[in-house]
Design a protein around this ligand. Structure first.
Ligand code: FES
Ligand code: FES
Length: 158
């Protein structure tokens, strides 16, 4: 198959890469661009570990073709901190011990940030429903939900 040349924007910076026509965005991010924050937990859209946003929409990058990034805006976990300044969600996750192995964490943080951009004051149920597609196999969900609630409160009062 003939390789494709993709020109895109990733975390606000212009980027380009060459990929195979059937290559996933997740593989292109990890293997071609060195952005290894998004993880492959399943490769079938079931775990959310590969979550990124594409033109502001939360997606599983394992289900998106790399070629779909052409002309689009992609945001990954690597763009979440502002230089040395962690995003409040990242900081509170550390402070509240809302992660253990960390494999699910980039996807959960990207998903939680997308939620708070839509709804800065979500209820516990709304957070649980929003993150239902992000599986965690070691921390347990209570700490994760509480960390999102605490970060949301902090962001509202900032
Ligand atoms: S790796 Fe994409 S949803 Fe699991
Ligand atoms: S922290 Fe290990 S899977 Fe969530």
């Amino acid at each position: 198959m003939k390789n494709l040349h993709v020109t895109t924007t990733i975390n606000g910076d212009a980027a380009e890469f060459v990929c195979e026509p059937d290559e996933t965005l997740l593989d292109a991010l990890r293997n071609r661009l060195g952005l290894t924050g998004a993880k492959e937990g399943c490769g079938t859209g079931d775990c959310g570990a590969c979550s990124v946003t594409l033109n502001g929409r939360l997606v599983c990058s394992c289900l998106v073709l790399a070629a779909e990034a052409e002309g689009a805006e992609v945001a990954t976990i690597e763009g979440m901190a502002d230089g040395d300044q962690l995003h409040p969600l990242q900081r509170v996750f550390i402070e509240k011990a809302a992660l253990q192995c960390g494999v699910c964490t980039p996807g959960i943080l990207v998903a939680a940030k997308a939620l708070l951009e839509k709804n800065p004051d979500p209820s516990e149920s709304e957070i649980r429903y929003w993150l239902a597609g992000n599986l965690c196999r070691c921390t347990g969900y209570d700490k994760i939900i509480r960390a999102v609630q605490d970060a949301a409160a902090e962001m509202r009062s900032a």
